[in-house]
Design a protein. Structure first.
Length: 253
């Protein structure tokens, strides 16, 4: 078994467990509830989940998506979030291991799932989610020393400036939560990977907005959930960033 395949399997398992935590984050953060207490319980009957009911994906499938206590159905997005976290982490590890940029990429993927789900649900991205991610990123970047931090500051400055510009010019199409999220992406990927992520975000988000206008589904003052586009763009930047710059002949410079 090759090392990158082994890393993929390992991060797939870790990703499933973190995905299980993300379901708690997505269910509780929009209402300002704590993600650590009380422990996981059925939202219908309050039954506290035992170890056998907390295994990612397996527990959901074994109980056929229902609470074992009261039979209330558990929304399918719980399963989708766990699967996405596991599969995405496995794919990133397989593609990027042993490069140091694997770790910011994993962080962006997991934060992207939570930010997208919450933004789709309540049309905002909680500050506490982005602040927690920034703190974890600072620890991850410590491995790279001073150079890593400088790139993070450059990337954050570049993407926050661009995000602010779009937020001001686009008047409400992009909110301050989106700008802060873009700043995190810039810090995680540095200026070059960040620019690729920004380009991919603007392209996909822009095409979506144009499609809404063209089909007459856009309404005045309508707030588009931008987080899914930023999340997708961040993955393009994380995985393909160096390749894109190599095509331009600029990565090594
Ligand atoms: Zn129940």
């Amino acid at each position: 078994m090759s090392l990158s395949l082994l890393a993929g399997v390992w991060w797939g398992v870790v990703g499933l467990a973190l995905g299980s935590f993300l379901t708690v984050v997505i269910a509780r953060l929009p209402d300002g509830r704590s993600v650590v207490s009380p422990p996981s319980h059925c939202p219908s009957c309050g039954h506290r989940l035992g170890p056998g009911e907390l295994v990612p994906v397996v527990s959901y499938l074994a109980a056929r998506g229902r609470c074992r206590h009261c039979g209330a159905s558990i929304p399918a997005w719980y399963l989708a979030v766990e699967l996405a976290a596991g599969a995405g982490s496995a794919a990133l590890a397989w593609l990027l291991f042993p490069a140091a940029r694997l770790y910011p990429a994993l962080l962006l993927w997991l934060v992207g799932i939570a930010a997208s789900a919450i933004d789709l649900k309540v049309r905002r991205i909680p500050n506490v989610l982005l602040a927690a991610a920034a703190a974890i990123l600072a620890a991850v970047l410590a491995v790279g020393g001073m150079r890593g931090y400088l790139a993070a500051v450059e990337g954050a400055a570049l993407l926050s400036a661009f995000g602010l510009l779009v937020a001001v010019v686009g008047r409400g199409g992009m909110g301050m939560g989106d700008v802060k999220y873009l700043t995190l992406v810039g810090a995680a990927l540095g200026p070059r990977g960040g620019l690729v992520a920004l380009y991919a975000t603007m392209l996909t988000g822009g095409l979506y907005a144009i499609a809404l206008l063209a089909t007459g589904r856009a309404r005045k003052g309508m707030r588009i959930a931008f987080a899914p586009f930023i999340a997708a763009g961040s993955m393009v930047g994380a995985v393909l960033g160096p390749e894109v710059w190599r095509w331009y002949g600029g990565w090594a410079a």
